[in-house]
Design a protein around this ligand. Structure first.
Ligand SMILES: *[C@@H]1O[C@H](CO)[C@@H](O)[C@H](O)[C@H]1NC(C)=O
Ligand SMILES: *[C@@H]1O[C@H](CO)[C@@H](O)[C@H](O)[C@H]1NC(C)=O
Ligand SMILES: *[C@@H]1O[C@H](CO)[C@@H](O)[C@H](O)[C@H]1NC(C)=O
Ligand SMILES: *[C@@H]1O[C@H](CO)[C@@H](O)[C@H](O)[C@H]1NC(C)=O
Length: 203
């Protein structure tokens, strides 16, 4: 008896954008856990001087923690701070993802931190960071109207917004048929990984 397994893959990382927020330098690198090319965030900031970069506290750097969680960018100033991801195709469907790990980056041990995320002008989700260690990953599916999309962190007076990483992944238009041009944003998961097991790569 013969079995065939056909694995269909996109060319590695085609159209993917992976961003490490707060990392130093301007050079991209290959993230160990995902094998994807990952870029510093400064080129994606609407205001390249916005926010400040921080390392998380050393005690929160656990084995196998993805390098994206080593640093954050925080936004103590301004109510709304945005990243713009470019070179998209208007009308196509994308997964957007935001990653957070507090890691006591501000050495204040102050939690919870609550703020809002927007995709362009559309409210995406509230972010509620209650654990210094556990990474939080939030995802949404959008159909973009333009050849770019903005991801914005909005200060709601309950702590300084911060972010560890951002991702953009093109999706086949047939996936998530409930997402279309008029209904442009669907929350797919709200994941709070309660352990330090970050070996399960999220690409
Ligand atoms: C973070 O740590 C790296 C290396 O450990 C260091 O080069 C960098 O200056 C630090 N960044 C900040 C913002 O403290
Ligand atoms: C990534 O993997 C390389 C080779 O295995 C290792 O030397 C390096 O320390 C790893 N980096 C991180 C951030 O885990
Ligand atoms: C944030 O999460 C904590 C723990 O689940 C909860 O007690 C708190 O009410 C939440 N804050 C907001 C603003 O929803
Ligand atoms: C988009 O989807 C919503 C809900 O599924 C539906 O009500 C609406 O008619 C759809 N719009 C288009 C342009 O297909």
């Amino acid at each position: 008896m013969h079995y065939s397994i056909i694995v269909v893959c996109l060319p590695d990382g085609a159209g993917f954008i992976s961003i490490n927020c707060g990392m130093s330098g301007t050079a991209s690198y290959v993230e160990n856990s995902t094998k994807l090319s990952t870029s510093p965030d400064t080129a994606f900031l609407d205001d390249e001087d916005a926010g400040s970069a921080h390392n998380i506290s050393a005690e929160y750097i656990v084995p196998r923690l993805g390098k994206r969680y080593y640093t954050v960018r925080s936004f103590p100033d301004g109510e709304r701070n945005c990243y713009t991801l470019r070179s998209l195709v208007a009308g196509l469907k994308y997964l957007v993802r935001a990653l957070f790990k507090y890691g006591n980056y501000d050495v204040l041990h102050r939690l919870p931190i609550v703020f809002d995320l927007y995709v362009g002008v559309n409210f995406w989700t509230m972010v509620n960071i209650t654990d210094a260690d556990a990474p939080v990953i939030l995802e949404a599916i959008v159909v973009v109207r333009d050849d770019f999309v903005q991801i914005c962190l909005v200060n709601t007076g309950s702590g300084t917004p911060f972010v560890s990483g951002l991702d953009l992944r093109p999706l086949k238009s047939t996936l998530y048929p409930q997402v279309n041009a008029t209904q442009g944003l669907v929350l797919v998961t709200r994941t709070n990984f309660g352990t330090d097991d970050t070996t399960v790569a999220v690409r």
